[in-house]
Design a protein around this ligand. Structure first.
Ligand code: PRP
Length: 183
């Protein structure tokens, strides 16, 4: 399982290599679940999932957390159909859950420029959570726009365009059960 044949529906793009396979992801997500469980011994925990990219990661992650929690979603977008962050972060869905007094953990698939999370951290902080932290499956460590440390990181991401396990290219590839780079 190293490549998928070129398909015209994928706009000429194909998987180049598997970066993290299913077993690597499952092992790391289980470890993250244990870290999160240990980090929040008390209080209400709200896992706030950034869509669309975070949906697969979050679905697996919440099932690895061994304490009570709530789940809600944020829909934000900055890339559109391109491969470079536009810097124009738009909030398309705002969570209805009251954040006040809760431990809020933002769940993200990848931190790239950090623009998306910087904007969301500023916004969520105004809602007076007991604590506010970030959990990302992958971190590129080039997030010059993010003024917050990322508390939980799954993997250091290579500087390639990554798809699969929720991540897309022009809305394709999100369903792949592994993370891959594109040719
Ligand atoms: C992607 C990704 C992150 C964000 C990271 O989302 O899912 O949310 O960009 O980039 P940044 O650190 O440079 O802000 P995208 O805007 O493509 O929307 P999507 O989650 O719906 O795919």
């Amino acid at each position: 399982m190293t490549s998928i044949p070129a398909d015209p529906r994928l706009m000429g793009r194909a998987v180049k290599r598997i970066v993290f396979d299913q077993q690597q992801i499952a092992d790391r997500v289980a470890a993250l679940g244990r870290e999160i469980t240990a980090a929040y011994p008390d209080g209400d925990l709200l896992m706030l999932v950034l869509l669309k990219g975070g949906f697969v990661f979050a679905a697996d992650l919440v099932r690895q957390v061994g304490r009570p929690l709530q789940v809600d979603f944020i829909v934000a977008t900055s890339y559109g159909a391109g491969q470079v962050s536009s810097g124009n972060v738009r909030l398309l869905y705002d969570p209805e859950t009251n954040l006040e007094g809760k431990h809020v953990l933002l769940v993200e698939d990848i931190v790239d420029s950090g623009r998306t999370l910087q904007k969301l951290m500023e916004l969520m902080q105004t809602r007076r959570p007991a604590s506010l932290a970030i959990c990302t499956l992958m971190h590129k460590h080039i997030a010059e726009h993010l003024q917050h440390t990322v508390k939980f990181v799954g993997f250091e991401a290579p500087s390639e365009f990554l798809v699969g396990y929720g991540l897309d290219h022009a809305e394709h590839f999100r369903h792949l059960p592994y993370i891959a780079s594109l040719a």
